[in-house]
Design a protein around this ligand. Sequence first.
Ligand code: NAD
Length: 348
Amino acid sequence: MAKKKLGIGIIGSGGIAQGAHMPGYAALADCEILAVADVSEGARNSAAEKFNVPHKFKDWKDLLKIEEIDAVSVCTPNTYHFQPTIDCLNAGKHVLVEKPMAISAAEAKKMLQTARKLGLKLMVGQTARFNPQARAMKDFIESGAIGDIYYARAMALRRRGIPGWGAFTSKKLSVGGPIFDIGVHILDLTLWLMGFPEPKTVSGTVYNPIGTRPGPQVAGMGGWDPAKYGVEDFGVGLVKFKNGATVVLEASWALNLAEDIHGTILCGTKGGVQSSPLRLIREECGALTVADPQILSGPSGHAEEVRAFVECIQKNLPEPVPAEEALITQRILDGVYESSKTGKEVKV
Ligand SMILES: NC(=O)c1ccc[n+]([C@@H]2O[C@H](COP(=O)([O-])OP(=O)(O)OC[C@H]3O[C@@H](n4cnc5c(N)ncnc54)[C@H](O)[C@@H]3O)[C@@H](O)[C@H]2O)c1
């Protein structure tokens, strides 16, 4: 008898669903996308048509009534990560939820507790760890080549990259700007490479002088409405960890820089490693040697993320991005906003 395929549901069938999750599942012979749910008729129709999906719904609760659905990707704007995830878990479905896991650590904690109570997988879409370059960095670090990491800089700095589409600049739907959108990716990558040390305090500030400024715009990713711009356009945080390590997180959609800066720099007691481009720094033979490792091939981060999610369900493995780790990241992100509001260093 043929093995039953893993039934997949998609909640929020916009950009990331159609660009990453759905192609990821479609590429796996043992998965079948059975339904999409989206409040936008256009988004659900185009997703269903493109990926040959038999069922489409406006309300995600209707999708959850399909018994053959085993796992769901939650790809809605940030404010709608929490409730669909809780509803999916309560309906007995495993969940791959997009980043940031939620809009607060309190929500993230409830999601995690629900998944653990019900014995279901809950993974967060931290795509950056699945790139071949990230895997190589992890291997270098685990080989002991750079010793103990005590300082890192996590940078996701766009000069002009305020998203001109979707809900990204809406305070109501997204709650945070670049700190939530791209800061979360580089922070997750950095913390994963450091082995997720326990954070102690965060001191941070967020700004939005460019996003809210009326008048002519220098735009890189489409224009935006400054009157409706509700989130930060730049944020910075200094995070101190219980093991003595320090991380600086910087994320912008708009900042007056000469060029974009993306990547992480990790400094250890014996050497360092940095991404974009990948470089390995070591103390050797009385000198600092800098190597430029060449990654010749590998799967895309998005495809690998979906494949790894499916595998963890099928083989009952721990999630490759467990909710416990995403909760740590979320506590730090909350800390940046909280510290900016209070003007004080906050415990996280
Ligand atoms: N991992 C990554 O690299 C990556 C990249 C882009 C976006 N994202 C994340 O994915 C999420 C979605 O971003 P996007 O770029 O796909 O946005 P999008 O606007 O293209 O798609 C979101 C979809 O959700 C739908 N939606 C909104 N409210 C809904 C509701 N209550 N019920 C059902 N559907 C609803 C919208 O109609 C839209 O079609 C965000 O949280 C974002 O942070 C992750």
